[in-house]
Design a protein around this ligand. Structure first.
Ligand code: NDP
Length: 460
């Protein structure tokens, strides 16, 4: 039966994870086919990380023009052409999408454009043709979740941001996860009035509490109004705009209402039942720790399994799986201390355990530093105070988590993630010489413990 298969591997989904899996498998000599229904490079390249980051950088440049005044620059004519920025970003994402195609072509992978559907444990239908494969990877990514309330259909999701050609002047955003917080800062930075509506007391549930508080304190300086502990009750049309009513009866008018309430696996229409692939309780594709679905010949990776929905995780999934099935070596990735960043303003970056998680495990030493970056001593820009934090296991001095809110936090914490993966202790941080003057050196000059918390803290 296997001899009749056209492919050793067929990948459904040409996003970051699927493309990596296809390339590595093909490089190891496998005959590989891949299908993509929308755009090569997937969410990250086309309607996610990449254009979002460029928008965030575009928004920050506006603030930089004002900051420059503190340094003697005389900047006139600070108008912003939103359409020009979006056109430039669109051109760049198209270039990158083309690079992904090039990677697949270069690797000798057969590319198909269209929706693919499982028809059995070893068969896939693409554009009406049935294809046989020894292994099938489901790398279909995720789609935004739209909560139910009257008028929800009048609201946008993150995909829609990237087709805007004019800046909406009034923006209401529901949610306070990655997407909500990032776009709140982007729109506010570009000059819109932003209302951020969320059901928690603080934004970014799951992040370290001290950073959440610092972010909530920083957002109003950007022009983001916070509506904590609230939901959207309804949305109605108000001419070309939208009338938004919150759960406490507060009303507001917005030109753009963005629902940023999570993403779910794009498992619909995939023919999972036909092949016997089981779903998890959250509706994602269920996999074991080896990324195997309930059907031995079918694996799933990335956002489709809805575990840690980050591009580098999907890439690592695709890579490790392709190597395991078609190669010898197995790369040893650390899936425990996964760093991530929120490209808000100032940005947040984090790796390892939060203080709350560490304390739940045992006695913990916490080191916190707060400072105003040197530049803002004269830039005149308010709300730019930075917070750096180390969470340390009191029993052996191992650094369990590093967290930062402040400019360049994502660039700084990536390096700290290596230290934490390598098992660095607080003593290692203390004996590391800083680079001066930087924000990063604050992580190696946290001499004074801020507090000791956890099980035995009261007695120590
Ligand atoms: P998140 O899971 O991060 O946040 C969802 C937000 O929506 C939370 O604030 C949640 O509130 C709220 N929410 C969920 N359901 C409802 C509801 N019915 N009514 C009101 N509020 C609701 O999802 P995002 O959409 O922000 O992002 C999706 C994923 O994409 C992220 O988890 C992340 O993995 C990835 N991503 C990563 C980025 C990065 O690395 N920089 C950038 C963008 C996305 P509550 O906290 O109360 O549950």
């Amino acid at each position: 039966m296997v001899g009749a298969m056209e492919y050793d591997l067929f990948v459904i989904g040409g996003g970051s994870g699927g493309v990596r899996a296809a390339r590595i498998a093909a490089g190891l000599g496998a005959r590989v086919g891949i299908a993509e229904r929308r755009f090569w490079g997937g969410t990250c390249v086309n309607i996610g990380c990449v254009p979002k980051k460029l928008m965030a950088q575009g928004a920050e440049l506006g603030a930089a023009l004002t900051e420059a005044g503190g340094f003697g620059w005389q900047v006139r004519g600070k108008g912003h052409d939103f359409g020009a920025m979006m056109a430039a970003i669109g051109a760049e994402t198209q270039r990158l999408s083309g690079l992904y195609r090039g990677i697949l072509e270069g690797a000798g992978v057969t590319m198909m454009e269209g929706s693919a559907r499982l028809t059995g444990a070893h068969t896939v239908a693409v554009n009406g043709a049935e294809i046989g494969a020894r292994h099938i990877f489901l790398a279909v990514g995720g789609v935004p979740v739209r909560p139910e309330f009257p008028g929800a259909a009048l609201c946008a999701v993150s995909d829609d941001v990237f087709t805007l050609r004019d800046l909406p002047r009034r923006v209401a955003i529901l949610g306070s996860g990655y997407i909500a917080v990032e776009f709140a800062c982007i729109f506010a930075g570009l000059g819109a009035a932003v209302d951020l509506i969320f059901r928690q007391p603080l934004p970014l549930r799951g992040f370290d509490g001290e950073l959440r508080e610092a972010l909530a304190a920083a957002l109003p300086a950007l022009g983001v109004r916070l509506h904590a502990g609230r939901m959207i009750a309804s949305v109605e049309t108000a001419g070309a705009a939208r009338a938004v009513t919150l759960s406490d009866g507060t009303g507001m008018v917005a030109d753009f209402v963005l629902l940023a309430t999570g993403r779910m696996a794009a498992a619909g229409g995939l023919g999972l039942e036909a092949a016997g692939v089981a779903l998890s309780p959250s509706g994602a594709i269920a996999v074991d720790e080896g990324l195997r679905t309930s059907v031995p010949s079918i694996n799933a990776i990335g956002d489709a399994v809805d575990q840690v929905n980050l591009t580098p995780v999907a890439i690592a999934h695709g890579h490790v799986l392709a190597e395991r099935l078609f190669g010898e070596g197995r790369r040893d990735w650390n899936f425990r201390d996964i760093p991530s960043a929120v490209f808000c303003s100032p940005p947040i970056a984090t790796v390892g355990l939060t203080e709350e998680q560490a304390v739940a495990r045992g006695e913990t030493e916490v080191f916190v530093g707060r400072f105003t970056p040197l530049k803002h001593r004269i830039s005149g820009r308010a709300g730019r105070q930075a917070v750096v934090k180390l969470v340390v296991d009191a029993s052996d001095g191992r650094v369990l988590g590093a967290h930062m809110l402040g400019e360049d936090a994502p660039e700084i914490v990536q390096g700290l993630a290596v230290a934490i993966t390598a098992g660095a202790t607080k003593r290692d941080f203390d004996r590391t010489i800083g680079i001066h003057p930087t924000a990063a050196e604050e992580f190696v000059t946290l001499r004074q413990m801020t507090r000791r918390v956890g099980r035995h803290a009261a007695t120590s």
